[in-house]
Design a protein around this ligand. Structure first.
Ligand code: IMP
Ligand code: MG
Length: 182
């Protein structure tokens, strides 16, 4: 049976995401209070909407940098091998670093990225993910802040894609595949 298409149904509204980001920003401000050396690092491409909203909510002096690690291809399968496709532009030694990710799924991506960045001797390194699918975890990894815990569903929107589509949806939606009946 060939897959002919899919539908997306809303799981987390744009309003709920915005409210959660306000709360997370207050916690991050407290945690990094007084910092003048914070670099917020977004993992491309899925975090681009989240990091944009998060940094605008943060009342802290921040720099923004990006890193791209390979994880999924164009399918719904996870990859255990993590490669760095695009590294940071700036140095993070002795800086405060907040790594921003869209989803923690198996945990391989963030686990690898955190290991790499820690080897560069930042003063502090913390992680935040908008979504967490704890039942999918394959390595022992916990982000310092999580927006929402979700069940084992494939999701899109708010920066997150399915085969590069749906990143522009303003909400988080759940993907349901349809199989060809004929
Ligand atoms: P991990 O290495 O398995 O934790 O994978 C994390 C990455 O997989 C995320 O940054 C996403 O790019 C991707 N991913 C995991 N779950 C989903 C999903 O439900 N929809 C789209 N991408 C996902
Ligand atoms: Mg990703």
């Amino acid at each position: 049976m060939a897959q002919t298409g899919y539908t997306v149904s809303q799981m987390i509204s744009a309003k709920a995401i915005a409210a959660r980001i306000e709360d997370l920003a207050r916690e991050i401000e407290q945690d990094f209070a007084g910092t003048n050396k914070l670099v917020v690092v977004g993992l491309l491409r899925g975090s681009f909407v989240f990091i944009a909203d998060l940094v605008r909510e943060l009342d802290l002096p921040v720099e923004v940098d990006f890193l791209e690690a390979s994880s999924y291809g164009n399918a719904m399968e996870s990859s255990r091998e993590v490669r760095i496709l695009k590294d940071l532009r700036g140095e993070i030694q002795a800086r405060d670093v907040l790594v921003v990710e869209d989803i923690v799924d198996t945990g391989h991506t963030l686990n690898h990225v955190v290991g790499l960045l820690r080897s560069r001797a930042p003063a502090r390194l913390k992680t935040i993910a908008l979504l967490d699918k704890p039942v999918r975890r394959e390595v022992d990894f916990r982000a310092d802040w999580i927006g929402f815990e979700i069940p084992d569903e494939f999701v899109v929107g708010y920066g997150i894609d399915y085969a590069q589509r749906n990143r522009n949806l303003p909400f988080i939606g759940k993907v349901t595949l349809h199989e060809d009946a004929s």
